[in-house]
Design a protein around this ligand. Structure first.
Ligand code: SF4
Length: 251
């Protein structure tokens, strides 16, 4: 049984980053897509393996080389193009709805204006779009060519943060986002992107959903739940539904 540490989130995250960088040295995230492309890619990616969603996204942009063509496509046709992602029908509907809304004010689908907003303002704008929650909004800002400092929390990252002890066992994506952003307010977009990628990798390789491999985990020395049954149960019980990211005092 591990000793219960109480470092506080900034120290926790510094320890996590050091361990992850050392374990996965040389891994570098990329910011390659334009914001609208990253938005659509993120919308179809939830609860789907990366390789599957990437292929689906490529099929989509091959079928509809212009965003206006995708916005005008029938939902069943969009669904067919992404039929191997989870909830393809719902995602196809939301993609079309979102593109239609964006086209009203931005017919060229250029979202570079988001760079002129603060991160909370840009996240709030994105979350007004149908089917866009905190993870998709943060991904659009952080992973795209916008390269804005917004931490992306997916289910793997949330599980790792909860088991390590950065957030409580019942924290949701919004709580984890705020905990990390408050702990490392000066991190750059690249540092946040790297921390996401490395944490996710740990969640896929060692801190797995049903069977955490604590014995081979590079974070086991400092992890609050290393080797414990309580740690293994975290993220197995139903989590609260995603709440939007809200920022008190902002509209
Ligand atoms: S020690 Fe175990 S519970 Fe902690 S982060 Fe690593 S795999 Fe997850």
């Amino acid at each position: 049984m591990q000793i219960a540490f109480d470092f506080g989130a900034p120290t926790d995250i510094a320890l996590m980053r050091a361990g992850l960088r050392s374990a996965f040295a040389g891994y570098r995230p990329h910011n390659i897509r334009e914001p609208i492309g990253q938005l659509i890619k993120s919308m179809i990616s939830s609860r789907t393996k990366d390789e599957v969603s990437l292929k689906a996204y490529r099929r989509l942009v091959e079928c509809y080389p212009r965003w206006s063509e995708l916005a005008g496509a029938p939902v069943p046709d969009i669904e067919r193009a992404i039929n191997d992602v989870t909830h393809a029908k719902d995602k196809a509907f939301y993609v079309k709805e979102t593109l239609g809304l964006i086209a009203r004010d931005h017919p060229d689908f250029d979202l570079s204006f988001l760079k002129e907003l603060s991160v909370p303002e840009a996240l709030a704008w994105l979350q007004t779009l149908p089917g866009v929650g905190p993870k998709v909004a943060a991904s659009t800002l952080n992973f795209s060519t916008l390269a804005m400092p917004a931490f992306v929390v997916d289910t793997h990252v949330l599980r790792v943060l909860a088991r390590f002890g950065v957030v409580g066992p019942r924290a949701d994506i919004a709580a984890a986002y705020h905990a990390v952003m408050a702990a490392v307010p000066d991190w750059t977009a690249f540092e946040l992107s790297e921390f996401h990628v490395l944490s996710k990798r740990l969640g896929q390789l060692s801190c797995r959903f049903d069977n955490p491999l604590c014995g081979e985990c590079p974070l086991r020395q400092h992890c609050r739940f290393a080797g414990s049954a309580a740690g293994a149960r975290i993220s197995r019980s139903p989590l609260p539904a995603d709440r939007p990211l809200v920022f008190p005092g902002r509209t």
